[in-house]
Design a protein around this ligand. Structure first.
Ligand code: MG
Length: 252
């Protein structure tokens, strides 16, 4: 599963990661009231970038492999990695906002899917199930469990609710690099992969869909959409494994 070595973080490093994660959480609190019908994804991106920079940090995604935004946005059938731009939100949309911030050399990474105005019941259920699967994945992340135990519990919750887990987009380690080992999916059999150890830091970020789990890449080279136009939701936190249980670094 993870070919590269997983770097364990000490308490001092986890404090730095928590500071970056807290800034990401604060950025979500800042942006939430702006997520309204009529706002464009580009306007949201600008507010997010300004907020992160005004706190002495940098948006992790800006310039990453040439990405032009500070934020990845995912409206309705977009799964992940949408580029912020002129698209104006409409009542009834759902938008995934993926925010990364690098503070003092360390990254925090989290995603929330927000409703835009009133949304239909099935979209709300998609979001609720996704968040529940993330929470269950975090709860599973205890010292001594195996990495794929997280994947398995997420898949079980999502499929029992009649939804599907997107296959080829993975969770990742976080540290001085935005993406480190381990890399792991949000589905699969339990009892595999490395045993969780104190000091591991990684994301859990289930992407779930109301239809087929198959996805397409748009011509812009970034935006990943569902093949059938069904809606997708994502929630993500960066967590640290501690002897007292999982510590959510991107919590408010
Ligand atoms: Mg991530």
């Amino acid at each position: 599963m993870a070919r590269r070595k997983i770097q364990l973080k000490n308490d001092r490093q986890i404090k730095k990661l928590r500071a970056a994660g807290k800034l990401v959480a604060d950025t979500f609190a800042m942006i939430e009231p702006h997520i309204q019908p009529g706002v464009t994804t580009g306007e949201l991106d600008e507010l997010i970038e300004d907020f992160i920079r005004s706190h002495g940090a940098e948006p992790s995604f800006k310039g990453y492999n040439g990405f032009t935004g500070s934020t990845c946005v995912a409206v309705n059938d977009v799964v992940v990695h949408g580029i912020p731009g002129d698209l104006a939100l409409q009542a009834g949309d759902i938008i995934g906002v993926d925010i990364g911030a690098r503070l003092d050399g360390w990254h925090g990474d989290a995603t929330i899917t927000f409703p835009v105005g009133e949304i239909d019941a099935e979209s709300q259920r998609l979001m609720d199930v996704c968040l529940a699967s993330l929470d269950a994945g975090i709860e599973t992340a205890q010292v001594g469990t195996r990495l794929s135990d997280i994947s398995a519990v997420i898949q079980q919750i999502v499929e029992e609710a009649g939804f599907n887990v997107v296959r080829n987009l993975f969770a990742h380690g976080v540290g001085r690099n935005l993406h480190e080992a381990p890399s792991f999916p949000h589905y699969g059999e339990s009892g595999r992969g490395p045993e969780l150890k104190e000091g591991m830091v990684f994301t859990i970020e289930p992407m779930i869909v109301a239809g087929s789990e198959d996805v397409d890449l748009l011509d812009d080279g970034w935006t990943i959409v569902t093949v059938d136009g069904a809606r997708s939701a994502q929630f993500e936190h960066t967590i640290a494994i501690t002897k007292d249980g999982p510590l959510v670094l991107t919590a408010p």
